[in-house]
Structure formats: structure tokens, C-alpha cells
Design a protein around this ligand. Structure first.
Ligand code: XLS
Ligand code: CA
Ligand code: CA
Length: 448
């Protein structure tokens, strides 16, 4: 079977999905994601910058710890591994065309097969980068980010940059150098590092201090190399608290920030926040976004969800309108995603094995995020919610309180002032239910 036939069988028969509005009866249409709608001065697509994840959409076949693949992906039967990779790329760009989303993301291992040696692996990779570059000339899809898979192969079982074996560290250096080169060549907006096995199973065999030093050195090398090659994208670290290791070093946004501070990298590196990783860390997605914006290092988002009843990384397409609206609210308040985007790091369930299931999944995710963004923008433009918050902190605008924050008083001076003013703080309502009712009316309103 020729490559073209294989690709056509999968996605080419589908029309490009269009925006048809909330009253559309058509299943494969966007109801909320009106890509060109101007919101807060620019098209919705430029705020959200949706990306399709190559791994979950093209490489994942539905295997789980209890069963094998359920999702047929014909490119895996297209001959030798390089032939398979090319057919997979053909199918990928056809999927991007169908979804009409502006970006995609990859790991090196998603786009090219490993060879027998480091040199052979890099050769395959660059051959496929050439191939993808050619595809990008013929399709409008751009690269949101590239990354390296340094967690699947057995050589990474004890970590990547944190491995006790310096040869693994060197392997990772070679891999990331080449992945950064490729990301730059393909015009990527970001380069992501998720520490898949940067953590440990047991402290009994682990020198944590040593491993953190290695990880700090590695990230410093990455930042140095970014400047050396003049890469204009953002370097992003993706926090995750557990899975695959029991204790991941990049636990959550706050942990990543303190790690960056330790190595003087807090102005160089930002975070790629994944919704379900937030949940696994005992936070909400909006908490992690608000933490990153408070610390000034929000980079990009991986838009998926977990299952509160399961507690592992289910990577499902998002469907929680409340949480997504408040997440988008904090994104906008924090200055937006700029070079980042919303990557669907999400996969269909193993029973959803048809190509059409993959299209439904992305439509639902894009519509949810778009609706959430529209409501968040409306909330901000309306101003009533912001006023409730501003009123709550209004006391800090008074000159004496503002001077405290500016560091103009010492502790004993504040104590003397408190006595002089005979202060007598009165409890005030936090208005939680009132705010919840107000937001519910906005979030579930059908007026757009
Ligand atoms: C895994 C991570 C991974 C990163 C990229 O849980 O989400 O997919 O996003 O390596
Ligand atoms: Ca992710
Ligand atoms: Ca994940």
C-alpha cells in the first residue's frame, strides 16, 4: 500500500472542521471556537494558540498496564521504521488540516525512530526533521514546542540528567542539543523539558543533593545553549509531582520556581503547566496558573484533565467549564500566553479507536477552552468581579498601609503606629457564596 493511500484512509476523507456557532446541529463543527473572532483586540486563535500533540494523537495506540493496543494506526504497518515515520507525518499534517488548529508539538521519539547508536538515532531524527520541515511548507501548521523523550528508553530508567551514570547525562546533552537545533529550525516558539524520570523511587539508593546539582547544571547548559544559537523561543520546565517516579523533583510550579532561583535561572526559564499535573499535586489548574503569574513566569499550558476518582495521569480532553474559565481568567490577568499556547496533551480513551473519535475529542477541547476564554474576557471587561476583589484589598491602598508594603516602616514602628491609631480590625464577609453565584450566572449564561 502506498503512503498516500494509507494517509487518505485515515484523515483525508474528513472536511476541515468549521466554526458554525452554538446552534449548529453538525457534530463535526466548532460551536465556540470562532478562531477569527476579535476578543480583547486580537483574534481568539492568537490568544489560545491551540496545538495538537503528536504523541497522543499519532503515536498512542491505547495500550494500558492491563491490555495491549486497541487503536489501529495504519502508519505502524507502513514498512520499515523510517517509512512508518513518514506515513505518520503525512497523516499528522492531514489531521492538523482537518482540525484547523494552528500549532503542533513533538518529542523527538514521536517523529523519528531510534537507531542502534546515538549517531544513528540523530541521523534518523534529522532526516525526519527535514521531512517535517517540507510538510510545514505545504501546510499552515506551526510548531508550538519541541521536546526530547528522555524517559521511555531503558537507559533512562534511573533518570535523564539526574542519572547516577554521567554517560546518560552526556546522551541527554546530545539529544537536547539536537532537539533544540531542530526546534529552532522549524520555527518553534518554545522548547520544553519535562523531567519524566527526574526523581526517585526510593531514597535508599538516591543521593538527592547530587541529583539536584546535576539537574541544575543541565538546565544551565540548556539556557547557555539557547543564547549561543540565538534561539528566540522560551525554555519551559513542566512540573509534575509523581508518575512515573514516586517523587518527581519538579513537583509543582512553586517547587520549580525555588529550583530556578537556586540556580539563578528564574528570569530564563518559564513553566509549561499541565492541568492534570496540577491535580496530581493536590492543586487546581487555576492555582498553578495563578502561582506562575504571581511569580512572573507563566509560559504555556497543557490542556487536559485527570479523573478525580483515579489519581493517575489519565490525560483526558478537558470538559470542566468552571475550572477552565477561572484558569483562563488568571491567564488573561497574568498578561496572556504570549509565546506559549494551549497544547492538547490529551488522548482519546482506548475504546475510542476510530479516527473520528480523535476529531470529536479536539473539537470538544477547543470549544470548551474557547467558551472559557470568552467568558473570562467578558468577566474582565465587565469589571464587577475585579471590583469585588479590589474592594476586599482596598485598605492596602491607604497611604500608611501602602508605605508598609513599600518597606518604609520597621516592625517596631508598625507596632507603635498600631497603638497610636488604637486599631480595632472588624471581621468582614469573604462573600464566597455571593461570588460563586455571580460567577455561575456568567459561566453558564447562554449570552455571547
Ligand atoms: C507527561 C507529560 C509529557 C510532557 C512532554 O505526563 O505531560 O507528555 O508534556 O514530555
Ligand atoms: Ca504535558
Ligand atoms: Ca500528563
Amino acid at each position: 500500500m502506498s503512503n498516500t493511500v494509507l494517509t487518505e484512509t485515515v484523515f483525508s476523507t474528513f472536511d476541515t472542521v468549521k466554526y458554525e456557532g452554538p446552534s449548529s446541529e453538525k457534530a463535526l463543527a466548532y460551536r465556540w471556537y470562532d478562531a477569527n473572532r476579535i476578543v480583547m483586540g486580537k483574534p481568539l486563535k492568537e490568544h489560545l494558540r491551540f496545538a495538537v500533540a503528536y504523541w497522543h494523537s499519532l503515536a498512542m495506540q491505547g495500550g494500558d498496564p492491563f491490555g495491549s493496543s486497541t487503536i489501529p494506526r495504519p502508519w505502524f504497518e507502513a514498512g520499515d521504521p523510517m517509512a512508518q515515520a513518514k506515513v505518520k507525518a503525512d497523516a499528522a499534517f492531514e489531521l492538523f488540516r482537518v482540525l484547523d488548529l494552528p500549532f503542533f508539538c513533538w518529542h523527538d521519539a514521536d517523529i523519528a525512530p531510534a537507531g542502534d547508536t546515538l549517531a544513528a538515532t540523530l541521523k534518523n531524527f534529522h532526516t525526519m526533521v527535514d521531512y517535517v520541515e517540507e510538510k510545514m511548507r505545504n501546510y499552515p501548521t506551526k510548531l508550538l514546542w519541541g521536546t526530547a523523550n528522555m524517559f521511555s528508553h531503558p537507559r533512562f530508567m534511573a533518570g535523564a540528567s539526574t542519572n547516577p551514570d554521567p554517560e546518560v547525562f552526556a546522551w541527554c546533552a546530545a539529544t537536547v542539543k539536537n532537539c533544540m537545533d531542530a526546534t529552532q529550525r522549524l520555527g518553534g516558539s518554545n522548547y520544553v523539558l519535562w523531567g519524566g524520570r527526574e526523581g526517585y523511587e526510593t531514597l535508599l539508593n538516591t543521593n538527592m543533593k547530587q541529583e539536584l546539582q546535576q539537574m541544575g547544571r543541565f538546565l544551565t547548559l540548556v539556557v547557555d545553549y539557547k543564547h549561543k544559537i540565538g534561539f528566540k523561543g522560551q525554555i519551559l520546565v513542566e512540573p509534575k509531582p509523581k508518575e512515573p517516579t514516586a517523587h518527581q523533583y519538579d513537583f509543582d510550579v512553586a517547587t520549580v520556581y525555588s529550583f530556578l532561583k537556586q540556580f539563578g535561572l528564574e528570569k530564563e526559564v518559564r513553566v509549561n503547566i499541565e492541568a492534570n499535573h496540577a491535580l496530581l499535586a493536590g492543586h487546581t489548574f487555576e492555582h498553578e496558573i495563578a502561582t506562575a503569574t504571581a511569580l512572573g513566569f507563566l509560559g504555556s499550558l497543557d490542556i487536559n484533565r485527570g479523573d478525580a476518582l483515579l489519581g493517575w495521569d489519565t490525560d483526558q480532553f478537558p470538559n470542566d467549564l468552571w475550572s477552565m474559565t477561572m484558569s483562563m481568567y488568571h491567564v488573561i490577568k497574568g498578561g496572556g500566553l504570549t509565546q506559549g499556547g494551549c497544547n492538547f496533551d490529551a488522548k482519546v480513551r482506548r475504546q475510542s479507536f476510530t479516527p473520528e473519535d480523535l476529531i470529536h475529542a479536539h473539537i470538544g477541547g477547543a470549544d470548551l477552552c474557547a467558551r472559557a476564554f470568552l467568558t473570562a474576557a467578558k468577566l474582565i471587561e465587565d469589571g464587577r468581579y475585579d471590583k469585588i476583589l479590589a474592594d476586599r484589598y482596598a485598605g492596602w491602598k491607604k497611604p500608611e498601609a501602602a508605605a508598609i508594603l513599600e518597606g518604609k516602616y520597621s516592625l517596631d514602628e508598625i507596632a507603635a503606629l498600631a497603638l497610636k491609631n488604637n486599631i480595632d480590625p472588624k471581621p468582614r464577609s469573604g462573600k464566597q457564596e455571593q461570588i460563586e453565584n455571580f460567577l455561575a450566572r456568567e459561566i453558564y449564561s447562554d449570552k455571547f
